[in-house]
Write a protein that binds this ligand. Structure first.
Ligand code: PLP
Length: 364
């Protein structure tokens, strides 16, 4: 039997009775859009995160749009971000008509290098959007210092880091707005698409709730250009059950990551900055001769992933920004030798041992 990259089936079987009951409760009310189930989940989500407001929305991508809309980011504005992330981060900045301004990453954490941000700030810079990649928060205190010096906002793209800790605080509660995704493969996943926006600012929270419902303040009264960014009640029903077990799952992920760290021999294992606890959305290693290692894994039934093979500044969609190879050397170098191993709270120790043996042999 081959190993699962993320064992969503085992997770469902573990909580099946509760999840089924929770979904059926929604079916029995026939209240599929928003409603009490969503409100209950949002309350629990806010409590978990420490933010005053947690607002469910239709995806991580929607969460980013809602954050950018709420802060009035528009054509002509610049938003500083990392070129080493999933496309959505820079894509949504561009989708708003604003310009993504890339800053190279830190070689150890793979997150935006805060020491290189200030030189990219112009009079048009409206926000910094760090990504807490693979589950570890970006250098949020340093980023906050720069942002406050220039009076600009910070939006954390915490799509991969929900559950992570940064100096004792939860990811998504580290800046004026935090965004996350509940895509099934993320640390906290639903059974379809979903996401959330977090803020402790009452006015922004109110605006975001209006924006995700077509800018509507009362039925058929519209104040802003918004869109349909709502989270389904059935997804909230699934998430509300999974959230109860999330802390226990995070603890299991720590044990699995620690075991990888200790037993993998010939690779660069993840570096976790002091004061951080990763949510381990991905467990990524750097290897020599990646192509060969990927092929051996495939043959041995070990699923792997490459996040990310092409940095965003070299993507065709961003050709108009005029970047070339060599512009962000650290990010380019890491994109050539990084690879992700199976990781989930339900990875059995036998399966993990198999992964470790195959990788150690392939990299020997
Ligand atoms: C997954 C992801 C998103 C998008 O989330 P969706 O729910 O798939 O829309 C955004 N940013 C990052 C860094 C992600 O990993």
């Amino acid at each position: 039997m081959s190993v699962n990259f993320i064992d969503l089936g085992a997770q469902y079987r573990a909580y099946k009775d509760e999840i089924d009951t929770s979904i059926h409760a929604v079916l029995d009310t026939s209240h599929y859009i928003m409603g009490q189930k969503l409100s209950d989940f949002e309350t629990n989500l806010a409590t978990f995160s420490g933010a005053k407001h947690a607002i469910g929305c239709s995806s991580g991508t929607s969460a980013l749009i809602l954050a950018l809309l709420a802060l009035d980011i528009k054509a002509g504005d610049e938003v500083i971000t990392t070129p080493f992330t999933f496309i959505a981060t820079a894509e949504m900045i561009a989708f708003m008509g604003a310009k993504p301004v890339f800053v190279d990453i830190d070689e150890r954490t793979y997150n935006i290098d805060a020491s290189k941000i200030e030189e990219k700030i112009t009079t048009r810079t409206k926000a910094i959007m760090p990504v807490s990649l693979f589950g570890q928060c970006a250098d949020m205190d340093e980023i906050a210092k720069i942002a406050s010096k220039y009076g600009i906002a910070v939006i954390e793209d915490g799509a991969q880091s929900f559950g992570a800790l940064y100096k004792g605080k939860r990811s998504c509660n580290l800046s004026v707005i935090g965004c996350t995704s509940f895509f099934p493969a993320k640390p906290l996943g639903c059974y379809g698409d979903g996401g959330a926006v977090f803020t402790s600012d009452d006015e922004l929270a109110k605006k975001i709730r209006i924006l995700l419902n077509h800018g509507q303040t009362e039925r058929y009264v519209h104040k802003y250009i918004g869109f349909n960014g709502r989270l389904d009640a059935i997804q909230a029903a699934v998430l509300d059950v999974k959230l109860k077990y999330f802390n226990a799952e995070l603890a299991k992920r720590q044990i699995i990551a620690k075991n990888y760290n200790e037993k993998l021999e010939n690779v660069i294992t993840p570096f976790i900055e002091n004061g951080n606890e990763s949510a381990w959305a991905q467990y990524c290693i750097r290897v020599k001769n990646r192509q060969k290692v990927l092929e051996i894994c495939a043959k041995e039934g070990i699923p792997t992933g490459v996040y990310y093979p092409i940095p965003l500044h070299l993507q065709e969609v961003f050709a108009y920004l005029g970047h070339k190879k060599g512009d962000f050397e650290i990010c380019e170098k890491i994109s050539e030798d990084i690879m992700a191993l199976p990781m989930s709270a339900f990875l059995s120790s036998e399966d993990q041992q198999k992964v470790i043996e195959v990788i150690n042999k392939a990299t020997a």
